[in-house]
Write a protein that binds this ligand. Structure first.
Ligand code: PAF
Length: 277
């Protein structure tokens, strides 16, 4: 496995692969990332991973400095997985002096996470566009856990005609339902136990939907009630939205994206399920 630090090195390495699957990450890898790597290898015949804790998607009040990092472990896992190359640039390589471009993908970036984290999706869209231009993958793989990020990236690729196919991998969960996330490492044992309430609330919505409930207000209320059974969690939002536009739904005609953000102390967790008829 090659470990590359510069854009020039990546451009050179890329030439060896007719098809390449890319898994962009911020490191501190878990089984969710590795399942995307495995799929990229299977579908494209070669896989690259980027590890870059992107400063522009964190606001000054967020957790950039304390974001978990373990590069030796990440590289060991990716080596064992047989990844072809890893790109781990310094911030100066991605954002040289004078860098001043930012991509605004519009309305889908302003609701839900975007309403609470105003700079977040411009940072994500800009760095992902750069990584696509640098690596030029055939396909790029993202996790459904970050549902809104998936919507934003699909929109970015569609609106800017970026020649890459976006593939979304299922959320990988612990046995008790908690979605894998690098941020779970911040949780105290008590918060970790309490955090299972997110998946329980989503399952209640899924079951009600399966039983015929199609009223968005009612589904949001059901999830909120379920979340309130865990008083240590502070609800940021509960949403039942259109899966492409992210507009909140009243009467639901097709699929819906049920999602939520809940804080446990300083740690903010998100999760979602697609409700399918
Ligand atoms: O999901 C992430 O880890 C990041 O948002 C991404 C897509 C790598 C961009 O920095």
């Amino acid at each position: 496995m090659q470990v590359l630090h510069t854009i020039a090195q990546v451009r050179e390495a890329r030439l060896a692969f007719p098809r390449l699957g890319l898994v962009p990450t911020m490191g501190f890898l878990h089984a969710g990332h590795l399942s995307l790597v495995e799929r990229a290898q299977r579908e494209c015949g070669a896989a690259a991973v980027t590890i870059f804790v992107n400063p522009t998607q964190f606001s000054p009040s967020e957790d950039l400095d304390r974001y978990p990092r373990d590069m030796p472990r990440d590289l060991r896992l990716l080596g064992q997985a047989g990844v072809d190359f890893v790109f781990t640039p310094q911030a100066m390589e991605i954002y040289p002096p004078g860098f001043d471009t930012s991509i605004d993908v519009g309305g889908v970036a302003r609701v839900l996470e975007g309403a609470v984290r105003p700079v977040h999706f411009a940072g994500v869209a800009t760095v992902v566009a750069k990584l696509f231009n640098i690596v030029q993958p055939t396909r790029a793989y993202f996790g459904q856990k970050d549902a809104q990020q998936c919507v934003v990236i699909r929109r970015l690729v569609r609106d800017l005609d970026i020649p890459v196919e976006i593939v979304i991998g299922e959320t990988v969960r612990e046995d008790d339902g908690l979605a894998l996330s690098s941020r779970n490492s911040y949780l105290t044992p008590e918060q970790r136990a309490a955090a299972t309430v997110l998946y329980r609330a989503l399952c209640v919505a899924r079951d009600e939907f399966a039983a015929g409930e199609r009223d968005g207000d009612r589904l949001r209320a059901i999830m909120t009630t379920a979340l309130l059974t865990e008083p240590s969690g502070q609800i940021d939002y509960v949403s039942v939205a259109h899966p492409d536009t992210l507009a909140e739904l009243g009467a639901i005609a097709g699929e819906a994206l049920a999602s939520m953000a809940v804080r446990f102390g300083p740690t903010r967790l998100i999760d979602n399920l697609i409700l399918r008829p």
